[in-house]
Design a protein around this ligand. Structure first.
Ligand code: ATP
Length: 288
């Protein structure tokens, strides 16, 4: 028996850090939405009690360091199951890119084993379980558009963004989320206005959305990797309506209302950045 799950990437329309908590995590406020750049996860039921990870990507581990492995193991341990699964990850989302690829794979495995092993768990239960694997996993269980608070695991659904085109560029560097958070001091931080971002979604106001994209971690990553700034400038020059780094980076995305303008941005990045994607937002939940 086989089960298939799509594991879409996310972008942060806004990312704010409120303060550092006593438990070491940062209290955040993030508006996130899924895009149609996705890994494809195939789960196969195994007779034997084991978890096998396979992927043709040389960037993802095929052992218990893989978040997809941890997701299956967590479900087995939590519900004391003698169950086996072979997980094939068809990797399309760039790794260590700020697009939550690993978290989305883990979330897809949670949804997948729930079906494969006939557990009947709700999305809320899966999201709660996922939060122990990583802060973005809860959001990825639902997908769509949401505000994530706490350390990122408290999810409230929001309306999908107004229709637009998204061009993503991933420079040839990987960024460690932990390093960026460690370097973030909060001094002179340019905090986004999350309320105005939510208002833009509620009123389907594209220009208000573009005026309020913001990410407090951007300045940290820009300092570590100046090429990220060059990509931002290139996208802005090509006519993007908004340009922002996603998560802890280094991927930068631009939004364009007009398709022709998005093409212009896409073409302007040729020869400048090897990994460029032309996508749309998914916006609405498809799993929950
Ligand atoms: P986020 O936006 O949540 O910070 P990210 O996009 O920056 O995530 P990931 O692609 O999730 O980062 O990968 C970060 C690290 O996790 C990599 O070093 C990678 O080796 C490890 N990893 C574990 N499992 C996976 C997976 N299934 N896919 C990708 N990376 C994985």
């Amino acid at each position: 028996m086989y089960v298939y799950e799509k594991a879409p990437a996310k972008i942060n329309l806004s990312l704010d850090v409120l303060y550092k908590r006593d438990d070491g995590f940062h209290e955040v406020e993030m508006v996130m939405t899924t895009i149609d750049l996705a890994d494809r996860i195939t789960l196969q039921l195994l007779e034997e009690d084991r978890i096998i990870i396979e992927s043709e990507s040389r960037f993802v581990p095929n052992d218990d360091r893989n978040l997809a492995y941890r997701a299956a193991k967590l479900v087995k341990d939590t519900y004391n199951l003698d169950a086996g699964v072979r997980i094939f990850i068809d990797k399309n989302i760039p790794v260590a890119a700020g697009l939550a690829g690993g978290s989305s794979d883990a979330a897809a495995v949670l949804r997948g084993v729930n079906r494969l092993w006939g557990l009947g768990l709700s999305m809320d239960e899966l999201a709660h379980l996922g939060s122990t694997i990583g802060s973005d996993v809860s959001f990825c269980v639902y997908g769509g558009t949401a505000i994530a608070t706490g350390r990122g695991e408290q999810i409230k659904e929001l309306p999908a963004p107004p229709s637009c085109w998204v061009v993503l560029a991933k420079p040839e560097i990987g960024v460690s989320t932990a390093t960026v958070y460690k370097k973030y001091s909060g001094e002179n931080a340019n905090h986004p206005n999350t309320e105005l971002m939510i208002g833009a979604l509620e009123h389907q106001d594209f220009s208000q959305l573009c005026d309020n994209v913001g990410n407090v971690l951007e300045s940290v990553t820009l300092e570590l990797h100046p090429e990220v700034r060059q990509i931002k400038e290139q996208m802005a020059q090509a006519g993007a309506d908004a340009v922002l780094m996603s998560g802890s980076g280094p991927t930068v995305f631009s939004l364009a209302r007009q398709e022709t303008r998005a093409h212009r941005i896409f073409n302007s990045l040729k020869g400048f950045c090897d990994e460029v994607y032309f996508v749309r937002m998914l916006g609405y939940r498809s799993n929950a």
